[in-house]
Design a binder for this molecule. Structure first.
Ligand code: PEP
Ligand code: MN
Length: 278
């Protein structure tokens, strides 16, 4: 059974398909900021623009996002450059509005077990990226995805974004085991978010390479034209000037991993063993 599906007529995700790079600022801050990232992505041949309009922030004093204005900016910039938009739906009440502007709906880590939200996006005819809860087991994550799938929407990308461990030197801990495990046990593609997994721009590339080597089909990465002035997650955002090297490195590793995998062998096989999570 193939887990691959189309995000757009020319964008496939899943094992064997080219690595899908979804990039953009943590939060949409302005038209100029978002357009700068989108222009560079188009130049690099990338297809999926990320950006938060409704932001889940730990502190109520932090920037909460531009809301509808952010959605409008994402859509107009993406249309100018022929990109797809992925953005987060923070609550059930936002789903119709976000679905009107976005091509892919993101469910945030904090909302992984917000079942009414999962049911709402399960009714949509749009791909959903489901982030793993930072305190959730792989089994809970796959069962959360099943809540979406049972409503009819099976275009799901699982996203490993780092979990909370005893380690405080990094924001979270990238669980590469989970990437490999979800690839084998779930009927959906798996992507990784090395930005939230590490919290440090200088660790984003090595974490991304590890995720790709572990079998990730795509990456969700935060990129900002001026990380020092970012309104959210600046420390983990790649500078736009560093982004071309990042893209080249992850694409090279994706190709090397593909070439290195002995086709059909037990070590390479990404067998879907649904009974393992039942
Ligand atoms: C994000 O991708 O901007 C985000 C808020 O991520 P997470 O839900 O993983 O914290
Ligand atoms: Mn962020």
């Amino acid at each position: 059974m193939s887990k691959n599906f189309s995000l757009a007529p020319d964008v496939q995700i899943g094992p064997g398909a080219p690595l899908v790079l979804m990039a953009g600022p943590c939060a949409v801050e302005s038209y100029t900021q978002t357009r700068a990232v989108a222009a560079e992505m188009a130049r690099l041949g990338l297809k999926v623009l990320r950006g938060g309009a409704f932001k889940p922030r730990t502190s109520p004093d932090s920037f909460q996002g531009l809301g509808l204005e952010g959605l409008r900016i994402l859509r107009s910039v993406a249309d100018e450059f022929g990109l797809l938009v992925i953005t987060e739906a923070l609550g059930v009440e936002h789903v119709p509005l976000v679905a009107e502007y976005a091509d892919i709906i993101q469910i945030g880590s904090r909302n992984m077990q917000h079942y009414p939200l999962l049911w709402a996006v399960g009714e949509l005819d749009k791909p959903v990226l489901l982030k793993r809860g930072f305190m959730s087991t792989v089994k809970e994550w796959l069962l959360a995805a099943e809540h979406i799938a049972r409503r009819g929407n099976t275009r799901i990308m699982l996203c490993e974004r780092g979990i909370r461990t005893f380690e405080t030197a990094t924001r979270n801990t990238l669980d590469t085991n989970a990437i490999a495990l979800a690839q084998r046990e779930a009927p959906w593609p798996v992507v990784a978010d090395p930005s939230h997994a590490t919290g440090r721009a200088d660790l984003v590339l090595p974490a991304a390479l590890a995720a790709v080597a572990a079998g990730a089909d795509g990456l969700l990465v935060e990129v900002h034209p001026d990380p020092a002035s970012a309104l959210s997650d600046g420390p983990q955002s790649l500078a736009l000037t560093d982004f071309p090297d990042f893209v080249q490195a992850v694409q090279r590793v994706a190709q090397a991993v593909h070439a290195a995998m002995p086709q059909g062998s037990a070590v390479a096989e990404r067998r879907v063993v649904q009974s393992a999570i039942a």
